[in-house]
Ligand binder design. Structure first.
Ligand SMILES: Cc1cc2nc3c(=O)[nH]c(=O)nc-3n(C[C@H](O)[C@H](O)[C@H](O)COP(=O)(O)OP(=O)(O)OC[C@H]3O[C@@H](n4cnc5c(N)ncnc54)[C@H](O)[C@@H]3O)c2cc1C
Ligand SMILES: NC(=O)c1ccc[n+]([C@@H]2O[C@H](COP(=O)([O-])OP(=O)(O)OC[C@H]3O[C@@H](n4cnc5c(N)ncnc54)[C@H](O)[C@@H]3O)[C@@H](O)[C@H]2O)c1
Length: 496
């Protein structure tokens, strides 16, 4: 899928590789199991480092992100966000009188998901010199992978490394009757071909809030049930509160601290009963209560690891507890930072590490922090955007996680109220925190919640990764009148 293609998508013609011949090969330098965004990037970097890489993919090359997660979910959300943004601007709102055109939104989503065909990604891979083998991969011994497809099984051997990039799978919560009714996973909710009249969403994490808003704006009557007192529990509290307000404005019934006790099929729909005595009838029930690393059926037990558990890796991506240093993993399957961009970062590290170590590089062997052979940022600077309206954009620690980590921090918290926000939207609402490590006088966490804050985030990521001293940050002057001026207000509030 084009939006996910690494830069070197034009390499096909240059390489002129005979892929039929390669398909018969039984030995590669690197075997990647799982061709999601992470597996693709591992293979691409390994090939750029001079190695022969194969991706074994059981489904569509491009993985969850391209077809059933990041891309289609954002395609469903973006039209509603654009429309709501116009409606917040005097003079523009008068020009916008219609509703979202659901059929067109779904058609545009289909195109963004490449109609669930992976030809584009396969030709990119071929062009990049990567072999793609269709089938289910399973580790059967050191450096040895069995590939199963409709025609049977065969084994392929890696000379250097096997990399597990099998992603994650949705969890099913222990709710009575849940396995007796038809439920939606995020796959169904991102690929549905019509708008359900009534939709219940179980879970108030990123999947739950994004898809609740997308479908509410497309016309569903949505009820969101979350068992925690706030939405988006891993973020600053105000972020979940602002998103809950946004959802309620879109007509979503947001039920917090609520336990779904029982579900049952009823007249073509689904009846829900909560422990608090609520009764809800819906046409579809989306279960969005988290995901688990996909390690159940990939043979990790053959190398002494436990199926169902995340693959623990060091910062170079090498799986710990396996002899011989040949097994690596990256992406959701490691449970480290289950986001596409962070998985692709780890993938670049792993591909470079394997190629570097194969070439005898001491630097690659050592994988020192902040070298290109270590995914150091995973520990301190993972950025994430929740693409609801209002958006949430956060990187590094929250005030709670910083204190839990024992850091001596000062938290500065402000409403986003600057000239840029006033111009951006009538009645702009937003809030932000900046978390300063007082011992080092550097930022360790920033959260923005508000309309269109996503693009503010990268400045915060750079400040944290670069460990920019707060007194120097003062000299990074935000342009007037942008929403970025909130940076100045935060530093002033801190006392500069
Ligand atoms: C609804 C939703 C929205 C999301 N939105 C965002 C977002 O906006 N931004 C963001 O950063 N993250 C988002 N995420 C998270 C993101 O999708 C994942 O972090 C990302 O897809 C992980 O990439 P991966 O390559 O590790 O795994 P995946 O994308 O899951 O790919 C794994 C691949 O491995 C294959 N596979 C599995 N087992 C085998 C096997 N045994 N043999 C062969 N192949 C196998 C699968 O078929 C799949 O293609 C979202 C997730 C969901 C559910
Ligand atoms: N924009 C993005 O970056 C984005 C978007 C979607 C998903 N993702 C990633 O995908 C992964 C999965 O997201 P998710 O939202 O499914 O998981 P999550 O673990 O982040 O959130 C799950 C939510 O479900 C609630 N919950 C759990 N059991 C419940 C129950 N029985 N009843 C009611 N509520 C229950 C939890 O309180 C929590 O709010 C995460 O890693 C997330 O970061 C990222």
């Amino acid at each position: 899928m084009t939006a996910e293609l690494p830069q070197q998508a034009h390499w096909g013609a240059l390489f002129g590789v005979d892929h039929k011949k390669i398909e018969d090969q039984t030995e590669f330098d690197v075997i990647v199991i799982g061709g999601g965004p992470v597996g693709e990037n591992v293979a691409s970097r390994a090939v750029q480092g001079g190695l022969r890489a194969v991706i074994v993919e059981a489904d569509l090359l491009g993985g969850e992100c391209s077809y059933w997660a990041c891309m289609p979910s954002k395609a469903l959300l973006r039209p509603g966000t654009a429309l709501a943004a116009a409606r917040r601007v005097a003079g523009a709102k008068e020009a916008v009188t219609g509703e979202l055109a659901a059929a067109e939104v779904l058609a545009s989503r289909d195109a963004i998901a490449s109609d669930w065909k992976d030809d584009g990604q396969v030709s990119w891979a071929e062009g990049a010199g990567i072999t793609v083998v269709r089938g289910t991969g399973r580790i059967v011994g050191p450096r040895l992978v069995q590939v199963r497809d409709a025609d049977g099984e065969r084994e392929i051997q890696a000379t250097h490394a096997v990399v597990v990039c099998t992603g994650s799978a949705p969890k099913t919560p222990p709710v009575a009757g849940i396995d007796q009714v038809r439920t939606w996973t995020s796959r169904d909710a991102t690929s549905a071909r019509s708008v359900p009249r009534r939709l219940a969403v179980l879970g108030g994490g990123p999947v739950g809030v994004e898809l609740a808003q997308a479908w509410a704006r497309l016309g569903s009557k949505v009820t969101l049930i979350n068992n925690a007192p706030r939405l988006l529990a891993n973020f600053e509290g105000f972020a979940g509160d602002l998103v809950a307000d946004g959802l309620r404005e879109d007509g979503v019934d947001v039920l917090l601290d609520t336990t779904l006790e029982r579900v049952s099929a009823e007249g073509g729909g689904i009846a829900l009963r909560t422990a608090e005595g609520g009764r809800i009838k819906v046409d579809e029930l989306l279960v969005a209560t988290g995901r688990s690393p996909a390690t159940n059926e990939i043979g990790v037990e053959t190398v002494g690891l436990t199926p169902g558990q995340p693959l623990q890796v060091d910062d170079s991506g090498q799986v710990t507890g396996v002899d011989g240093g040949w097994l690596y993993a990256a992406g959701d399957v490691t449970g480290r930072a289950p986001l596409t961009h962070q998985g692709k970062y780890a993938a670049r590290v792993v591909g470079d590490v394997i190629a570097g170590r194969a070439a005898g590089s001491a630097e690659a062997r050592e994988a020192s922090p902040w070298s290109r052979f270590a995914a150091t940022a995973d520990h301190t600077a993972v950025p994430q955007v929740v693409f609801t309206d209002p958006e949430v954009a956060a990187v590094g620690y929250t005030s709670a996680s910083a204190r839990k980590a024992g850091l001596n921090v000062r938290v500065v918290e402000l409403d986003i109220a600057v000239a840029g926000s006033t111009l951006h939207a009538g009645g702009y609402r937003g809030r932000t925190t900046m978390i300063v490590d007082e011992d080092r006088r550097v930022l360790v966490g920033v959260t923005f919640a508000g309309y269109d804050v996503a693009e503010l985030l990268h400045a915060a990521t750079i400040a944290i990764v670069g460990e920019v001293p707060i007194d120097r940050l003062w000299h990074a002057v935000p342009a007037y009148p942008t929403i970025s001026e909130i940076w100045l207000r935060l530093l002033e509030e801190y006392g500069l």
